[in-house]
Design a protein around this ligand. Structure first.
Ligand SMILES: Cc1cc2nc3c(=O)[nH]c(=O)nc-3n(C[C@H](O)[C@H](O)[C@H](O)COP(=O)(O)OP(=O)(O)OC[C@H]3O[C@@H](n4cnc5c(N)ncnc54)[C@H](O)[C@@H]3O)c2cc1C
Length: 362
């Protein structure tokens, strides 16, 4: 099988790139698992928060929300809905957080209580609001990327783990499960496995470390307002938000972990329930279900996107950390521009910040 571009990894990164490339380039996506988006991409909190992350992430998130808004309008049912983010803490903490973050606006104590009446008023002194934050239906977004890519001719292969590769004059011959694929360019969109996949191609790793993080859906004695905000403390040590009649909570742990099928640490959830019950009147009673996924990033915390620079025809789309959903549409667009040699005017600074050749990855 031949392709101009072979994408390794059928998570949201690989599928969104296939969506952008397939109309103009022949694309094959290979996924090790039996189903697409099995790992991190089906385990997120489904948020798109323009105030979250360093400047390049905030820029990509703003762009992605505009793009997903258009996608949502083209579908039978909307996939994007407002989910404002309230961050609470001491005056000093909240002031430090809001400084230079144009997406955060100060919120008075009374206004905070109005938006989030379940918070115990004595547990915080100050608050800020990101009222541009959204919740996205991730399965529907992934399905949009997948179906558009396939409709444009992309070939998607599951149960096709990449295990070996040899360099050709241009590109590579790649063994993926029972397939051998000859590709002009290989894209590494392998999430937690990205450094391991790089090694198969003789490419220098970029220090991409998976960190586990858990989420639980819990029931409460006081039902949370379905349209209520996500709430977190300024030190980002947990968050909670309404979720279909229940509450979604995360202890925001960030524990370095081997790539794999991550599992929840029950003690983290139990401790968090205790903590949320202390700062709210929601009264969490029990856990409905829980899951754990991996947030993979290099030491400087930014994604790694672009041609490797040392090994020709090898392209990185990895290291999205906790931002892979909220940046997917715009990041795939930037990546597609770099791959086809037609980067959009205005993307040069972003491309430099995310480059696999940046000094902070040495
Ligand atoms: C608890 C939690 C909450 C989160 N919340 C948010 C949020 O609210 N908003 C947000 O933007 N982000 C969030 N994230 C982060 C987001 O989920 C990730 O950034 C994103 O899913 C990464 O997508 P990916 O496609 O790179 O990785 P993955 O979805 O893991 O896809 C990589 C794929 O590559 C495949 N693969 C690996 N090796 C090979 C190989 N050798 N051959 C073939 N295939 C291979 C894997 O099987 C996998 O399917 C959260 C993450 C977690 C864990």
């Amino acid at each position: 099988m031949d392709a101009q571009v072979l994408i390794i990894g059928g998570g949201i990164a690989g599928l969104s790139l296939a969506w952008r490339l397939a109309p103009s380039v022949s694309v094959v996506v290979v996924e090790a698992e039996a189903s697409l988006a099995f790992h991190s991409s089906s385990r997120s909190a489904r948020q798109m928060q323009p105030s979250y992350g360093p400047a390049p992430i905030q820029e990509l998130t703003r762009r992605s929300i505009a793009m997903v808004r258009e996608i949502s309008a083209s579908l039978a049912a909307p996939i994007l809905k407002p989910r404002p983010l309230i961050t609470v803490g001491s005056e000093a903490e909240v002031h430090a957080l809001a400084a230079g973050n144009a997406n955060l606006v100060p919120l008075g104590h009374g206004e905070t209580m109005k938006l989030s009446p379940d918070l115990r008023p004595e547990t915080f002194a100050a608050a800020v609001l990101d009222d541009t934050a959204m919740e996205v239906d991730v399965p529907a977004l992934v399905e949009f990327y997948r179906s558009q890519a396939e409709a444009a001719g992309a070939v998607l292969l599951t149960e096709a783990p990449v295990t070996a590769a040899s360099g050709l004059v241009h590109g590579f011959a790649v063994v993926a499960g029972e397939h051998t694929i000859t590709a002009g360019i290989v894209v590494n969109a392998a999430g937690a496995w990205a450094d391991r996949v790089a090694a198969v191609f003789g490419v220098r790793p970029r220090g991409l470390v998976p960190h586990r993080r858990s989420v639980a859906i819990v029931s409460t004695t006081t039902p949370a307002n379905p349209a209520g905000p996500m709430v977190e403390p300024a030190d980002e040590s947990f968050y909670y938000r309404p979720d279909g009649g229940h509450l979604l909570i995360s202890p925001c742990e960030s524990v370095p972990t081997e790539p794999g099928d991550a599992h929840v640490a029950a003690a983290d959830i139990a401790e968090l329930i205790h903590r949320i019950n202390a700062v709210t009147s929601l009264g969490i009673t029990g856990v409905e279900r829980s899951w754990t996924g991996l947030r993979t990033h290099p030491a400087d915390g930014l994604p790694v996107v672009g041609f490797d620079g040392s090994v020709p025809d090898f392209f990185w789309l990895a290291g999205q950390g906790g931002y892979g959903i909220q940046t997917s549409a715009a990041l795939a667009t930037v990546a597609a521009g770099l791959l086809t040699g037609e980067p959009a005017a205005g993307d040069a600074a972003l491309a430099a910040a995310l480059s696999p050749q940046r000094a902070s990855l040495d």
